[in-house]
Write a protein that binds this ligand. Structure first.
Ligand SMILES: [Zn+2]
Length: 334
């Protein structure tokens, strides 16, 4: 991905993080190993790139990368020799020992420009155990002016030995007003509040969802559930409709919706973690289900998710899920 950082403004919710990084530089305490951690869709990758570019930039500034010096131009073209990005060969695969061996070899040579060398490893939790151990040795004996930036949305999956070597820079979801103000400047085709809910409060995810059919598909999924509750649709019929396209994402939508219903039932109101309440019929579902029913549904969904991960027969799973969904709360009065 090529970026021209001189024209891309810093995302507003990352300003404190950026200020912290600049401060570390101003006082001469740049962390040799930095872990940028936080949920997807908040701009961790962009922040790491901006930081790397600022460190490599040859202009006489410590504020932001200039975007026009030779180093910035090489960086923008992804050809800066002192910048290395380590990632899985294929998305979703592990980062193996060979990638780290290559990195160690590269770092054993002199930097080309005599300044900093920056290594970004993303997603760091995809390092396999051998790769993590090899990297640990490098972190324990850091070469001067070599800076490691690890990025992870699942830092708990990193070995504790590695974690303890890193200065952490946690990024939290921005508050709703900040996120919506930023989305308002992005000329969205769809309703920002609904997209943000669907993105669980992550603005960049909301932006990526805009203009896709994800929202319509999410609503269709919930409509199907409501139709089963209302007795307008047979659970087995819905299971056979769903089986072809049902994915972990579909299950996430349902879980987020149930989560939202739980919050509303408890009088907690709206939350960034749930879905919008604008789905027709949602309030009927809310009335027909007690809090106990909703928790039972939640357990059912968790169980379905675990079993999906083990590639069990999806048709059977969906049939069981939808039959139990149609029956939940039917045996007692409220
Ligand atoms: Zn520059």
């Amino acid at each position: 991905m090529t970026e021209t950082l001189d024209t891309a403004p810093l995302l507003p919710w990352l300003q404190p993080h950026w200020a912290w990084l600049q401060q570390s530089r101003a006082v001469g305490r740049i962390p040799p190993a930095l872990l940028i951690q936080g949920p997807h869709g908040l701009g961790k990758t962009g922040l790491a790139r901006r930081w790397a570019q600022a460190l490599l930039c040859r202009a006489d500034t410590t504020v932001s990368p200039c975007g026009s010096c030779p180093a910035c131009r090489l960086f923008a073209a992804d050809t800066h020799p002192d910048y290395t990005r380590v990632e899985p060969a294929e998305a979703g695969k592990a980062i193996g020992i060979e990638s780290i061996r290559q990195l160690i070899h590269k770092l054993s040579l002199k930097p080309q420009y005599g300044g900093y060398r920056v290594v970004v490893i993303e997603p760091a939790h995809e390092l396999n155990i051998n790769a993590a151990n090899a990297l640990l040795k490098t972190l324990e004996e850091p070469s001067p002016k070599t800076l490691m930036v690890l990025i992870s949305s699942a830092p708990h999956q990193l070995p504790i030995t590695l974690l303890s070597r890193c200065q952490k820079l946690p990024i939290l979801r921005p508050d709703r007003d900040t996120a919506l103000a930023w989305l308002a400047s992005q000329s969205l085709k769809q309703e920002p509040t609904v997209l943000l809910d669907m993105a669980r409060g992550s603005p960049l995810t909301a932006l990526a969802l805009d203009g896709t059919d994800q929202l319509a598909r999410r609503d269709q999924t919930i409509q199907g559930l409501l139709a089963v509750r209302a007795g307008d649709k047979d659970p087995l019929q819905l299971a056979s409709q769903w089986e072809k396209d049902f994915s972990a994402t579909t299950l996430e939508w349902i879980m987020a919706w149930i989560n939202q219903l739980v919050r509303l039932k408890q009088g907690l109101g709206h939350t960034d973690t749930g879905l919008a309440t604008d789905i027709p019929g949602g309030s009927a579902a809310l009335q027909s289900l007690s809090i106990t029913d909703l928790f039972a549904c939640w357990d059912l969904l968790l169980n379905t998710r675990n079993r999906m991960a083990h590639n069990l027969n999806i048709t059977l799973l969906l049939e069981e899920l939808l039959i139990r969904w149609s029956q939940t709360g039917r045996s007692h009065n409220r």
